[in-house]
Design a protein around this ligand. Structure first.
Ligand code: GUN
Length: 302
């Protein structure tokens, strides 16, 4: 039987409809319109595309979004000054600095100066700490999207063995911490694999749920999974393809053709995790606006 497809486009649309409804309610009850300030430094084409997608998605749910673009030669001081300005601008409840940044700018320094109450990416150390502690304010968008993609396809993670491939600050670390919490939608046994892991396949074969954020195509092949696994592919890789209109196509980190016949379910690339990341950014921006307007949100312990 072919694997069930974990359809990120469909689930993201559901979430966007819910967010749009909440945005209308917030406007009617408080007059507040959620606002997102986006910082784009340089001319990385993939980053420019992501930022356009996020901005458009904001507008579609009735939020406002403004993008501030700096040249690739911008200094760290200029980026820090822009973030400081957005921290104090009441039109923006959320701030997102698109990563990666050019090499002369420290991503950590920039992340740390974002007002944690506007950090809709959830990457500020304070928000990472709250997540680790089990009382998150903003869950990073891709981990939150992975969790929703699984839950809304009916996969309960409690007691399951989740294997995460990758330990980045943006996906691997926060998703492993998120899914091990003793909370609804989590409570999994989590193993994290990385570039120094010995005999990776012996561990990935134990996965009930395999989350792959390794950053390279074909990191996971059919011989590395057990039958019935549920696979979430976080990878976004450009591979050259002379037959494709742009000369390249986008693939994930998983050898889809080799793994799909063995899997119970698998997320496609594109159309899996990517749209979920955008949907969760909208949800976090709404949450930040509600907080600023004094409206209680679920889990808001801050
Ligand atoms: N670059 C790739 N993914 C992300 C993300 O989720 N947030 C930010 N800020 N930059 C990214």
């Amino acid at each position: 039987m072919p694997a069930k497809i974990l359809d990120g486009v469909k689930v993201a649309q559901e979430i966007r409809t819910e967010v749009a409804q909440d945005v209308r309610e917030l406007q009617q009850t408080t007059g507040v319109t959620p606002g997102l300030g986006v910082v784009l430094v340089g001319d990385n084409p993939a980053s420019a595309t992501y930022v356009r997608t996020k901005s458009k998605a904001c507008q579609e749910v009735g939020a406002v979004s403004e993008t501030f673009t700096l040249p690739k030669t911008a200094t760290e001081q200029e980026v820090l000054a822009l973030v400081a300005r957005l921290n104090h601008d009441p039109r923006f409840h959320g701030i997102l600095v698109q990563l990666p940044l050019p090499s002369q700018i420290s991503e950590r320094k920039v992340t740390v100066v974002i007002d944690p109450t506007k950090d809709v990416d959830g990457l500020h150390p304070l928000n990472m700490g709250l997540l680790l502690e089990g009382s998150p304010r903003f869950i990073p968008c891709t981990p939150a999207g992975i969790q929703q993609l699984l839950l809304r396809h009916g996969y309960d993670l409690a007691g399951k063995h989740v294997v995460v491939c990758g330990r980045s600050n943006i996906v691997g670390k926060p998703v492993s911490v998120l899914l091990l919490q003793k909370q609804r939608g989590a409570n999994a046994t989590v193993t994290v694999c990385h570039t120094a892991t010995r005999d990776l396949a012996s561990i990935t074969r134990q996965a009930d749920i395999l989350i792959v954020a390794a950053g390279r195509p074909n990191a996971i092949t059919g011989d590395m999974v057990k039958r019935g696994v549920v696979v979430v592919d976080v990878g976004v890789n450009r591979v050259s393809d002379p037959a494709a209109p742009r000369g390249y196509r986008i693939v994930g980190d998983v050898d889809f053709a080799g793994v799909e016949p063995l899997a119970e379910a698998i997320s496609p690339v594109p159309g899996g995790v990517g749209p979920m990341t955008v949907a969760m950014l909208l949800a976090n921006t709404l949450k930040a606006a509600k907080r600023a307007a004094g409206v209680a949100t679920a889990n808001s312990k801050d």
